[in-house]
Design a protein around this ligand. Structure first.
Ligand SMILES: Nc1ncnc2c1ncn2[C@@H]1O[C@H](COP(=O)(O)OP(=O)(O)O)[C@@H](O)[C@H]1O
Ligand SMILES: CC(C)(COP(=O)(O)O)[C@@H](O)C(=O)NCCC(=O)O
Length: 316
């Protein structure tokens, strides 16, 4: 009789208190002013939260980064080559409105204070969205953020260029103000020690290839990946709260694509925001983002107040 095998979880789980002890004696390098500057709209992260969650995490990543450099040196010695440094790539994934940008910016600031990684760059994957003209032509305007709304070939090409140590790699820029990719604008990534890539699609598989070539995953190029997790009901509330904050700030700008929602009656604006959540961002979460959670090296689970409640670290 078959005894059926027991599935072993690939993760080791920590309460916040357990996790925060893993900072060891590392001193906190960011002050309250830094946190204020780095936090995104609607994310109430405090200096204490950054210290308890992101300090141990930056310590772990810098240990992994050092080990990776050692491995790189070993393979160069074996091959008798002497190539330049290879950037260490960290991915930050999760739903719209979960707070990926805050996490990415705090990590960037902390990691750049470690001696081994003074140059830490950050890119968001929205620059790889197709321009609105292309999305319109393909009937994808209501699918922004879905896998097919990105130029995945170009994104993989970008990661591959970075991993091969290429200097001065360009990244297109997306503007939330214009709600579109900005034609003719790009940022330059020039051999950073660490590159943080933040976006909801970062752990998703690539496009199915035309011929018999293998499907490439962006995660094949990642050295470490983080999934920011939260319950859908909290994400929905954060999305709505942020929409109402944007109504009083960014949407006030007449150039904002969403300017009309700043002038609209509250009920009507709420109905629009809810339809964007229910019709676009929630289905994308359920169908395309959440299924990638189990690929992450680290899962940070937020509670209803945005504070991290649990940490899961991949051990296998
Ligand atoms: N319509 C908008 N206008 C201006 N800024 C926006 C708009 N929508 C989102 N943002 C900002 O863009 C950033 C990315 O948002 P999002 O993709 O939801 O990721 P996350 O909340 O996980 O960082 C956030 O800083 C958010 O405040
Ligand atoms: C730009 C985004 C797709 C996210 O980009 P990313 O995570 O790739 O950087 C998202 O923030 C967004 O604005 N979604 C739009 C949904 C809508 O059309 O309302």
């Amino acid at each position: 009789m078959s005894r059926g095998s027991t599935l072993v979880s690939p993760y080791v789980r920590f309460s916040k208190a357990e996790w925060s002890r893993l900072r060891a004696d590392e001193p906190m390098t960011l002050d309250a002013g830094d946190i204020e500057r780095l936090r995104g709209l609607g994310d109430p992260i405090s200096r204490q939260e950054a210290e308890e969650v992101y300090l141990p995490l930056s310590r772990l990543i810098s240990l992994y980064h050092e080990a990776m450099q050692g491995l790189h040196r070993a393979s160069q010695a074996f091959l008798g080559t002497n190539g330049g440094k290879v950037p260490y790539i960290i991915g930050v994934a999760g739903s719209v409105a979960v707070g990926k940008s805050t996490t990415a910016r705090i990590l960037q600031a902390m990691l750049s204070r470690w001696p081994a990684s003074p140059k830490v760059d950050l890119v968001t994957t929205d620059g790889f969205l197709f321009p609105n003209a292309v999305l319109e032509a393909r009937g994808l305007m209501a699918r922004k953020g879905f896998p097919e709304s990105y130029d995945r070939g170009r994104f993989l090409g970008f990661l591959s260029d970075i991993k091969s140590g290429r200097p001065k790699v360009t990244v297109p820029v997306y503007s939330h103000l214009a709600y579109d990719v900005v034609a003719g604008q790009s940022i330059l990534i020039d051999r950073p020690d660490i590159l943080i890539v933040e976006g909801l699609n970062i752990l998703q598989p690539g496009e199915a290839p035309k011929s018999g070539n293998p499907v490439l995953f962006a995660s094949d190029f990642l050295d470490f990946s983080i999934y920011l997790d939260a319950e859908e009901r909290d994400l929905r509330r954060w999305f709505l709260e942020r929409f109402f904050r944007l109504r009083e700030t960014a949407f006030q700008d007449p150039r904002s694509f969403f300017h009309r929602y700043a002038r609209m009656e509250e009920d009507e604006a709420r109905a629009f925001a809810l339809s964007a959540w229910e019709g676009i961002n929630k289905p994308n979460l359920v169908d395309n983002i959440l299924p990638t959670r189990s690929r992450a090296d680290l899962i940070l689970k937020k509670g209803p107040d945005h504070a991290i409640a649990e940490v899961a670290l991949r051990k296998l």
